[in-house]
Design a protein around this ligand. Structure first.
Ligand code: NAD
Length: 352
């Protein structure tokens, strides 16, 4: 066995259908009294429901979370929290809302309680992203790690099937890259394989019946495990490519991960055979890249970058940006092969 370093990251997790009812008690356990509830405009109703549930423990609702966390929004929310005398924030939503909570915590130290409603996994990572002057800055700081996470699958019943599938495969991407990370360790490998297995078994059930609470529970359980992997070990080529495509060409986050993952795995296949065996086994297939592609396709997800807004003339630029900085990856970064990977992802080819 290779040598490794393992960091357990502090966070309390409360899991299960109906666990939202424990929110008030969890706020008390945190030693807090008044929570500012955060959401996107689309999830305002959920935020209000939570504020009602909290009664006097709710300081107010801030419903302006958006993708990429503009610094101005984070400052406004932080200022509102101060004005309302809030001593914690409750972030209900996906990665965008959790991200707003993290941006508030980064400067104010306000404890965050996250209630995730997608499978993005941000709630268990110390990674933050803030956009200032058009540039997204990312960093790691334990201050932004939510102190408590309440996973209540009932809140995911409204997540549209399309977003459920792409968000689930976004989670699989964290675990898949964790399995070949240079910082990998046996504990993360266990979580990664189990996380992929849980999501792989959940997605067909969600597609058949979005109200299937068992399938929703499996998916959220998998998302938690995959999120822990993302927060503990460094990611590689796949995340770098998706960051480039999302940031430079404004492609949608979860869909981009879904399209690129099979091709990033095919690129790394020969350099990381053990990781590939574990991914394939978790998805019940023979070949990791094909198993992810087939799961996406069978679940009705997009498989081609050209179908989610990428232009043919941007493929070369994406390749240039992806090669700008060196970063750890099982297979060295080779221009011709990365260009081909992007072309295959652009066209939506099934990996050979
Ligand atoms: P999102 O948070 O942007 O949500 C997408 C849309 O779905 C929003 O309109 C949201 O309100 C809606 N939605 C969420 N849950 C819903 C539900 N249960 N029912 C109905 N509608 C619902 O999407 P996301 O994919 O969760 O997050 C993407 C963002 O998170 C990206 O900016 C990404 O960079 C970031 N992210 C960060 C980390 C990290 O560790 N820092 C990890 C993963 C993702």
């Amino acid at each position: 066995m290779k040598n490794f370093t393992y960091n357990a990251q502090p966070a309390r997790v409360v899991f299960g259908a109906g666990s939202l009812a424990k929110l008030g008690a969890e706020i008390e356990l945190l030693g807090a009294r008044r929570a500012l509830v955060l959401s996107t405009p689309e999830q305002r109703a959920s935020a209000e429901r939570i504020a009602d549930l909290l009664g006097p423990k709710a300081a107010g609702v801030f419903d302006r979370a958006v993708m990429h966390v503009p610094i101005e929004t984070a400052r406004e929310a932080r200022e509102l929290a101060r004005k309302l005398d809030a001593d914690c924030a409750v972030a209900v939503g996906g990665g965008s809302t959790t991200g707003l909570g993290k941006a508030i915590a980064l400067e104010s130290g306000l404890p965050i309680l996250a209630i995730p409603t997608t499978y993005a996994g941000s709630e268990v990572t110390p990674i933050y992203g803030i956009t200032e002057g058009g540039l997204k800055k990312t960093g790691r700081d334990l201050k932004v790690l939510p102190r408590v996470v309440i996973y209540d699958p009932e809140l995911t019943l409204t997540l549209p099937v399309g977003l459920s599938v792409t968000s689930g495969i976004n989670a699989i991407a964290h675990a898949a890259e964790g399995l070949y990370s240079v910082e990998g360790n046996p504990v993360m490998d266990l979580m990664a394989e189990e996380g992929i297995r849980a999501i792989g078994r959940a997605l067909p059930g969600i597609r058949a019946n979005p109200q299937d609470i068992e399938a929703r529970s499996d998916a959220l359980y998998g998302a938690w495990l995959c999120g822990i992997v993302l927060g503990n070990v460094g990611m590689a080529l796949h995340h770098k490519l998706c960051h480039t495509l999302g940031g430079t060409f404004n492609l949608p986050h979860a869909e981009t991960h879904t399209v690129v993952l099979p091709h990033a795995l095919a690129y790394n296949a020969e350099a990381a055979p053990q990781a590939m065996r574990r991914i394939a086994a978790a998805l019940g297939g023979q070949n990791a890249a094909q198993a992810v592609y087939d799961l996406a396709k069978a679940s009705g997800a997009p498989v081609a970058l050209r179908d989610i807004g990428m232009k043919a003339q941007d493929v070369d630029k994406a390749c240039d940006i992806a090669l700008q900085n060196q970063y750890p990856n099982p297979r060295p970064l080779e221009r011709a092969a990365i260009r081909q990977l992007l072309q295959d992802a652009f066209e939506g080819k099934r990996p050979a």
